[in-house]
Structures are given as structure tokens and as C-alpha cells.
Design a protein around this ligand. Structure first.
Ligand SMILES: [Zn+2]
Length: 428
């Protein structure tokens, strides 16, 4: 074999497992694998995970913070207005350079698949061209999936439909939407129907920004689920954000959740962004906007998390760290039970991979040899520590390394790496 990780902990709870790799595929996953390899890595006490997957991002806007100015109110609507000011000034090479810089950050953090929305409401389709170029350039390292996103509204913007179809013709692979931004509820519902029909006609996946508001009557997710059923798109559709569900009437939600589950629609929450952009019209108490993650999970709806934004008109922070995203979800969603914390790890790995329809994702014979070795014993500890990605492997080759942290982290099963003059046990 070419590479064997020895005695690794896996996200499913198995410990001391060897993972053997030949070429770009995993060929063996078992305890005490009776084989040798050109390179063997001692992973004892460390979590070996398939790579992180970001189910929702905006690579055309990332790292543009301050261009042409800062978002002073911190609201979603000022962010959209600001992006509208920047959009006509975008230059292809600058968009490519920022996106590539972000992909570098992502890869170092073990984030090897990103679904990025790309704004198609620019008659030049400059961002579409730029991100298609980025997609091919980063392909050896990172799977970039692009969503045709009509940021200014599919019906609200007069050229959006034509530009969206053009971008699909150019190779953008997922149909996006923004029904809550159309001028009326009826236009929003009509946009969901038309966009789902386009996806069905072209055999494409769907991922819409859906009900990203605090309005409890923003119910486009209901239409999205109904259209998914009508057009037989089950398993191919995701609703992103779904923040209005935070504010909906409980009785209505009790009827809505089974509909979403039955329709086979996935949910993508963006905890860092939802908690900062929602509730901005509230006094106190302030709503925090995250969709009903535990209830969606409990209903059998696949739930993934996205980073959504990093240093752009909507969010000034972020560092391509999907463990930070999961960490925020744990806090905002009251997801502090042990199995809930594990579910949050799944939301930035396996669930997101499933929603993106990634081929060969996972740790099993036949899967792609895409792996991340973490300075943590298990998914719980990975989230607690936002653990260092010691090693990132893509198609069997190491593509990033980060030195382990040399601080007193109390990593499970290991003594503190900096010797203090007392141990915790000595404190009365
Ligand atoms: Zn978004």
C-alpha cells in the first residue's frame, strides 16, 4: 500500500482502526491491518475524519471586506445594497485572486468541498466566469460546486431569468433562488415553482436561499417542499437559511416538518450568519434566527451547516473553519447533549457531502482517499477545541500540514503538553 494511518479514531466512534490507501482510494479500514505501506502515520488518540464540507458559501464576495465601504448597520439588506454597489466594479482577476486565497485557507483547514452560490444578476456574468475558472484551477485540491443565485430576485430583476439560464449553459450545476426577496409572496412562490421546473428539465440539483427573514409568514419552504414532491425531485433539493421558521407558529411548524421530511428536502443552516443578521429589527428579547435545527434533525430531515460568508458585505469575520461553524450551532441551537454535538459534526461533514451528492465521500474501502487528521480524540473534542488540522490528505497525497498546538489543551487521554507546576487534581 502507499499510505496507512495506524490506530486512528473514526467519527463513527470506532477506535484504534487502521486505514489503508492505494493511489487515490481507501482500500482497507480495519483493526491491525496486516499490510505495510511506503508511509505509515501513527494516528493513535487522534480523530481521522473525511474532510469538512461547506454546504453554503459565497465565493464571489469573499475577502472583499471594505469594498467599497463597510456595512454600517450590520443588516442583511444593507449587505445586499453594498454588494449591489460593488458588483458593477468587480474585476475578473481580482475575484479570482480573492477566491483562490480563500481556497488556500479552506484547504489548510481540511475543508475540501464547498458549495458556493454565485450571483447571476450581472449581465456580464463576470463572477460566473471567474468562479468557473477557479473551480477548474482548484479541482485537484477542492471540490467546488456552483449554484446559480439570482441575488436581486428571479422576477424582481428583469434579466435574472435569462442570466440564470445562461450561467447553467456555461456549466453552473445547481439552481438557486431567493423567493423571500421577490416583491410579493405570490412572486416568491412563482419563482420557486419556475426554478424547480428548470432544475427538473435539466436534471439539476436545487438550493435556494429560502425565508431568510424574521417574518413568521415567510413560508416559501412549504412551496419548495410541495414543488419537490410534484416534480419528483426528492433528495435533490435543499432549503438554505430557513430562518423564518425560528419565528413561526408552533402549530404550523408541526405540520410543516413532516412535509419537508416527506418531500426529501434538506435544510442548510448558517449559524454564524443567522445569529448576526437576524433579529435586527427586534428590541428585547431579540430573536436569534437560527432555523429549528434539533426539530428538523428529529424529523429525519438531512441538516447541514454552511459558513455562508467570510470577510464580505454581510460578515466581517470568519476563517474557513467549519468547526467554528459547528461550535456556533451547538451554542445557538442549544445542541449541547453529547449526541447533538456529534450531529453538529455530521452537519459539517457527512450530511453536507450527501446534500452535495459528493462521489466517494467517507471512510470505507472504495472511498476517495480524502482525509483530515485532527488534534482531537473525537468529534466532540474537535468542536470543543476547534482542533488543529494536523494533516490534510487529498486523493492519497498530503496537501497541508499544521503543527500541533503546544498549549495546555487537556486533549483526552494525553497529558498536558506544557508542564505546569501543578496538576488539576491538586487544586482543592
Ligand atoms: Zn447565502
Amino acid at each position: 500500500m502507499d499510505l496507512i494511518f495506524r490506530r486512528a479514531n473514526l467519527p463513527d466512534g470506532r477506535n484504534r482502526i487502521d486505514v489503508g490507501i492505494e493511489g487515490d482510494r481507501i482500500v482497507a479500514v480495519e483493526a491491525q491491518l496486516p499490510a505495510t505501506a511506503a508511509e505509515e502515520i501513527d494516528a493513535e488518540g487522534r480523530l481521522l475524519s473525511p474532510p469538512f464540507v461547506d454546504a453554503h458559501f459565497h465565493l464571489d464576495a469573499t475577502l472583499s471586506l471594505g469594498l467599497p465601504r463597510m456595512n454600517r448597520s450590520g443588516t442583511l439588506l444593507e449587505g445586499i445594497a453594498l454588494w449591489g454597489e460593488l458588483k458593477p466594479r468587480l474585476q475578473r482577476e481580482a475575484v479570482i485572486a480573492r477566491a483562490l486565497a480563500y481556497c488556500d485557507m479552506a484547504i489548510a483547514q481540511g475543508l475540501l468541498a464547498i458549495r458556493s452560490h454565485v450571483d447571476v444578476c450581472d449581465d456580464r456574468l463576470l463572477a460566473v466566469e471567474a468562479l468557473l475558472e477557479v473551480k477548474s484551477r482548484v479541482a485537484p485540491y477542492l471540490d467546488l460546486q456552483l449554484v446559480a443565485f439570482p441575488q436581486d430576485g428571479f422576477y424582481r430583476s428583469s434579466t435574472a431569468e435569462r442570466n440564470l439560464l445562461r450561467s447553467l449553459d456555461m456549466g453552473v450545476e445547481v439552481v438557486g433562488g431567493i423567493p423571500h426577496f421577490e416583491r410579493t409572496m405570490a412572486d416568491g412562490a412563482a419563482s420557486v415553482q419556475r426554478l424547480c421546473e428548470i432544475a427538473a428539465e435539466r436534471d439539476l440539483l436545487v438550493d435556494m436561499h429560502c425565508d431568510e427573514s424574521d417574518d413568521p409568514f415567510s413560508r416559501h419552504i412549504e412551496t419548495l417542499a410541495a414543488q419537490t414532491k410534484r416534480l419528483g425531485l426528492s433528495g435533490r433539493v435543499a432549503g438554505s437559511h430557513l430562518t423564518s421558521m425560528h419565528s413561526m407558529d408552533n402549530y404550523y411548524v408541526s405540520k410543516l416538518l413532516p412535509l419537508i421530511a416527506e418531500a426529501g428536502v434538506a435544510a442548510i443552516a448558517n449559524p454564524l450568519i443567522n445569529i448576526t443578521l437576524q433579529g435586527r429589527h427586534d428590541t428585547y428579547p431579540k430573536r436569534r434566527g437560527l432555523t429549528r435545527v434539533p426539530e428538523l434533525m428529529g424529523s429525519g430531515v438531512p441538516v447541514a451547516f454552511g459558513h455562508d460568508c467570510v470577510m464580505d458585505p454581510w460578515y466581517a469575520l470568519g476563517s474557513a473553519d467549519m468547526l467554528e461553524v459547528a461550535h456556533m450551532a451547538v451554542h445557538v441551537g442549544h445542541l449541547t447533549a453529547l449526541d447533538a454535538i456529534r450531529a453538529c459534526f455530521d452537519a459539517v461533514t457527512v450530511n453536507a457531502a450527501k446534500i452535495l451528492h459528493l462521489e466517494g465521500y467517507g471512510i470505507a474501502p472504495g472511498c476517495r482517499a480524502d482525509l483530515v487528521l485532527l488534534q482531537a480524540a473525537d468529534p466532540f473534542e474537535a468542536i470543543r477545541l476547534k482542533a488543529t488540522r494536523v494533516l490534510v490528505v487529498r486523493r492519497g497525497k498530503t496537501i497541508a500540514r499544521t503543527p500541533e498546538k503546544v498549549t495546555n489543551l487537556f486533549v483526552q487521554g494525553r497529558p498536558p503538553t506544557v508542564a505546569l507546576n501543578f496538576s488539576p487534581g491538586s487544586i482543592a
